[in-house]
Design a protein around this ligand. Structure first.
Ligand SMILES: [Zn+2]
Length: 539
């Protein structure tokens, strides 16, 4: 009896070991196939050509963005993904697109000027030629201080093109920022042996305490716009304030073209030149011709969704995604066409290999990220609810991978959850360590901001943020007029797609789901929510 019992137990153990060994061997085989498929048949650059050259820029609410989303769904379905569809959410503002912009200095010298239109501002309705004047702005004023400061300018700006603010002095960069992250820094952050879970999110830069009664930057902008409109100015010019002709053009945050003048952001070099000419006492005349259009149908925006159906755990969903919307000054390559192309590619690789995941793998391409993570928040609200007020699908999300920091290769992952969640990600990515992904760590932060994974973290769901090599992201391409196809490093993004496909595959197959915080461990929801239009805090 006892002997038989031990034989039986032994047989089960051997069977389990053979089965675990078989899965391991099978996984190793799949991992090599993933590498082979990605390297020999990458579609990333073709996807990038479509998302940037054909459909860019992809501003939220614009026809370009919707067309890009429709193309992405068709493309993913052609690759074999299922259930492709657009999920609408209410943006509440019209779409906007700049179609034409010419800018010139016509006196006392003749030259063209490098500018970008500010989104959700009107066009000029034909060429506008007028003298330029410059007004100053007080630092962090209260409403009363700003009103008193602007009053003396009132009589000088009617019928003029107004440069708002003195030019920023942008110093020559003697020490360019590094293109890659140092391995030892990454290991300190992501390696199991060394990395301790941080107390909250990544350390926040110390913000100066707000001055009592001081207006926020967007409130100052709104007040200045009202003043310029009421005073009969013709056009507003802002200083881009960056080197080498970089321009970051965001938006009129009222999203209402009747509440702003035609407005451009001018490269610092041209803004400086005009300012110095005006300071000489010379009369400067400028000419602009701007065609902007609005699209009422943009009030409804769409997230693009497609999936690889699961098998025995099909109701559990592992998500991977990136935001498809971009700013409008360039074609949105590194922010974040490439994130979409990499996530689409990871799903394409798995589909091409014919893997049969246990859990459903779902790709989501978000919209409205740049206006405050709006598309992903709408999706989380609609499907999952929050830890405090969960919907039925809340318990079924196996994790959400997000990528949104340019062309640099994936180097580490940060998951919202307990230490074991990071350990599972480390195991899932260990076979790809040679490609540069050195580990995973955890966060307890439910603060919205950064990118779309924080919409999941904020709800108490296992969002996974992917850290990447910087390449030229923060220094040149992020939100600038230089964010084009040419800035993609193919070797890096092919490697990111391999690592992500491998990690997604591993998590879709494992017996153990990513663990979550228990009721006692769950951090409270953040008090400070990202407000709409907080472009400074979203990637
Ligand atoms: Zn982004």
């Amino acid at each position: 009896m006892r002997r038989l019992f031990f034989v039986a137990i032994g047989t089960i153990l051997v069977a389990a070991l053979v089965s675990a060994g078989a899965r391991e061997n099978n996984d190793q085989d799949i991992y090599w196939q993933i590498r082979h498929e990605s390297i020999s048949n990458s579609q990333i650059l073709r996807t990038m050509h479509m998302l940037t050259d054909v459909y860019g820029p992809r501003l939220t609410g614009s026809p370009n963005l919707k067309a890009a989303a429709e193309w992405a769904i068709t493309q993913m379905q052609t690759w074999g993904l299922k259930n492709g569809h657009l999920e609408p959410w209410d943006f509440g503002h019209p779409g906007w697109r700049n179609e034409r912009l010419s800018a010139h200095i016509v006196s006392p010298v003749q030259d063209h000027l490098v500018t970008e239109a500010l989104a959700w501002t009107p066009g000029t309705n034909g060429p506008v030629r007028a003298p330029a004047v410059q007004i100053t702005l007080p630092p962090r004023p209260t409403l009363q201080e700003l009103t008193a400061h602007l009053e003396p300018f009132k009589s000088t700006i009617a019928g003029r093109i107004v440069l708002v603010g003195t030019p920023q002095h942008v110093l020559v960069t003697f020490n360019p920022p590094p293109l890659r992250r140092d391995d030892s820094d990454l290991l300190a952050q992501f390696d199991a042996a060394r990395a301790g879970p941080p107390p909250g999110g990544p350390p926040q830069a110390q913000q100066p305490a707000p001055r009592e009664g001081a207006l926020r930057a967007n409130q100052v902008d709104e007040q200045v716009n009202q003043f310029l409109l009421a005073s009969g100015a013709l056009l507003r010019v802002n200083d881009a304030g960056r080197d080498h002709g970089q321009i970051r053009a965001f938006s009129n945050r009222t999203y209402d073209t009747t509440k702003a003048l035609p407005t451009v952001v001018m490269r610092n070099e041209d803004y400086g030149r005009i300012s110095r000419l005006l300071a000489d006492g010379r009369a400067v005349e400028l000419e602009f011709d701007i065609v902007n259009r609005t699209y009422p149908e943009g009030r409804t925006n769409y997230n693009a969704i497609a999936e690889i159906p699961g098998s025995d755990r099909a109701d559990e969903v592992l998500m991977l995604g990136a935001h498809l919307d971009s700013w409008h000054a360039a074609t949105g390559a590194t922010d974040n066409g490439i994130g979409c192309a990499v996530m689409m590619e990871a799903a394409r690789i798995l589909t091409a290999l014919g893997v049969k995941p246990r859990r459903t793998i779902r790709v989501a391409l978000w919209s409205g990220e740049e206006q405050g993570l709006l598309g992903s928040q709408a999706y989380v609200r609609e499907h999952f609810g929050t830890f405090e007020q969960p919907k039925a699908e809340f318990a079924k999300l196996a994790g959400y991978f997000n990528i949104d920091a340019g062309t640099g290769r994936a180097r580490g992952m940060t998951v919202f959850g307990p230490a074991r969640a990071a350990a599972i990600l480390r195991e899932a990515t260990a076979p790809f360590r040679d490609l540069g992904l050195l580990g995973a760590t955890t966060t307890r932060s439910r603060q919205l901001g950064g990118s779309d994974h924080t919409s999941f973290n904020e709800a108490g769901l296992p969002g996974i943020g992917i850290q990447q090599d910087p390449i030229q992201y923060n220094s040149y391409t992020w939100h600038t007029n230089l964010d084009t196809y040419e800035r993609i490093v193919e070797d890096d993004v092919v490697k990111s797609a391999i690592v992500i496909a491998g990690a997604v595959y591993s998590l879709s197959m494992g017996d153990e789901s990513l663990p979550r915080f228990s009721k006692d461990e769950m951090p409270p929801r953040s008090q400070t929510q990202t407000s709409q239009g907080s472009t400074s805090t979203t990637r």
